[in-house]
Write a protein that binds this ligand. Structure first.
Ligand code: G6P
Length: 488
């Protein structure tokens, strides 16, 4: 990597958030895949990177006002600039547009959640909050970035920031990466005009546009065609408004060293021992945010049906390490109620068969991942799904991965897992669990080894270097080194 390289990372959620504790502020890890995945990358770039993120809660805002973020350079090895938004505007940008409209759109979740149509409130939230927040992020970049800095903008919260930045700095090298899925026109076009077009045109402000896997590149390119952009599928390029953008897949890996180190410590080991003693029968584990797209309720129902029909599996236990997410939204609050109700129903029929944890405890999750016989990852749709990579790396029982075809990681791990063809079909999930539980020891060992090899073939360092190398190529007027997607 070039010594004079300067990188500006831009995301809604930063690598840490703040919690008020004993009159001061304590640091917490940022929630979700994005923050956890980018932090090691930023640490590696060290003095060459600046991270711009939003203060996402009142505690964050107070901490930033009190100067608690000023020492982050020492703590993390790189500086983080938090942007402070007026709470009402932030809520409209984050809850109404990013999480209610765009997240559901990129996961095609409309029917699942019964969201039928949008009205003036949503359009107003787009105009008065989402667009101004994106513009503010772009202005912050302008204040910090040199003209030759590489600007790496992350995710669906910031789809129009690249466009705003492009207008102000025609020659800036801009990257946009989507960490979620991108299911295509069926999802996006359920949003009212002019939002679908603005989203795509905003993203096309970037020189290079990245997704985890080819399926999401495909969804995006279809959306580009729908707004009349010129798509060259073989080259992976989009021409629009007199500019060209490159579109590539960069499947995100995990860092096995960090994970093994943390999961081997006392706290996680104590949890692992507890879970090991839970039953003589098979142990099924899942670890997720309480997120409708993770399809948690159908997972419990599928387990319940399996126990209903296989009396011999009465000693099977299911440990669910969940943590609450996006509780400012009614859809997410309702989802937790549904989770509790489905666990209660299965436990009523099969007492003690599901242990549900709803508080974030990373060591407990690591302990459970060390001990599973079956890891259930059954999302309706998922950008990548890091748990499906983390589990096989630290699991000590040659556990089997049960994986939805609609998870981004299926592209890499599908052949070595037990596949769920249709994640909306409870019986299909139940059958997949049954097959995994019944798998012979030799087969389990072979698959577990293969999974670990696949997962550890690339590191987060390879992932970010591929993006940066490609951006440097593009900055210098050449094609990205990463090949375009091949279509099955
Ligand atoms: C997904 C998104 C991230 C987001 C994370 C947690 O992984 O791709 O951008 O940060 O979920 O969600 P939250 O709303 O808590 O930031």
């Amino acid at each position: 990597m070039r010594d004079d390289l300067s990188v500006v990372l831009v995301s809604n959620r930063g690598p840490v958030s703040f919690a008020q504790e004993n009159g001061g502020f304590e640091l917490k890890r940022g929630a979700g895949g994005l923050a956890g995945a980018l932090d090691p990358v930023a640490r590696r770039l060290g003095g060459r990177v600046v991270w711009i993120a939003a203060a996402t809660s009142d505690e964050d805002r107070q901490a930033v006002a009190a100067g608690a973020a000023d020492g982050l350079q020492d703590e993390l090895g790189y500086p983080v600039y938090f942007l402070d938004f007026e709470p009402e505007m932030y809520a409209k940008y984050y809850d109404v547009v990013s999480n209610r409209m765009l997240w559901f759109a990129v996961h095609c979740l409309w029917d699942e959640l019964g969201v039928k149509e949008f009205g003036d409130l949503e359009i107003a939230a787009w105009n008065d909050a989402y667009q101004p927040v994106n513009e503010r992020f772009a202005r912050a970049v302008l204040e910090i970035a040199e003209s030759d800095s590489l600007v790496l903008i992350q995710d669906y919260h910031l789809t129009t920031a690249p466009g705003f930045l492009r207008e102000a700095r025609p020659d800036q090298t801009i990257f946009h990466f989507t960490h979620s899925s991108f299911c295509g026109p069926d999802g996006l076009e359920r949003l009212p005009a002019p939002i679908p077009r603005r989203v795509i045109e905003g993203m096309l402000g970037a020189d290079l546009i990245g997704f985890h896997v080819a399926a999401w590149v495909e969804g995006f390119l279809h959306c580009c065609e729908r707004i009349g952009a010129q798509v060259d599928w073989a080259a992976g390029t989009v021409e629009h408004g007199g500019r060209r953008s490159w579109v590539r897949e960069y499947p995100i890996p995990i860092d096995p060293r960090d994970l093994r180190e943390r999961s081997g410590r006392g706290e996680a080991s104590a949890w692992a021992r507890r879970f090991a003693e839970l039953t003589d029968g098979p142990l099924i584990v899942r670890a997720d945010r309480t997120e409708p797209s993770k399809n948690i309720v159908r997972g419990f129902e599928a387990f319940g049906r399996l126990l209903d029909r296989r009396k011999d599996l009465s000693s099977a236990r299911f440990v669910a390490c969940l943590y609450e997410s996006r509780q400012s939204m009614p859809e997410y609050r309702r989802y937790i109620e549904n989770i509790r109700a489905s666990v209660a129903s299965v436990n009523h029929r099969h007492p003690g068969s599901i242990q549900l944890f709803l508080e974030d405890d990373y060591d407990r999750t690591l302990g459970a991942l060390r001990e599973y016989d079956v890891l259930l990852v059954n999302p309706i749709m998922d950008g990548m799904n890091l748990v499906s990579k983390e589990g096989p790396t630290i699991n000590e029982r040659h556990g089997v991965l049960v994986l939805s075809r609609q998870a981004g990681s299926f592209e890499e791990l599908g052949e070595t897992s037990v596949a769920i063809e249709d994640a909306l079909d409870v019986d299909a999930i139940s059958d997949a669990l049954e097959r995994a539980i019944g798998m012979g020891q030799e087969e389990r060992e072979r698959r577990a080894l293969e999974l670990r090899t696949l997962v550890e073939a690339r590191t987060p360092r390879d992932w970010i270097e591929a993006q940066i190398d490609d951006l440097i190529e593009v900055q210098e007027g050449r094609e990205p080194k990463t090949s375009p997607c091949t279509w099955g």
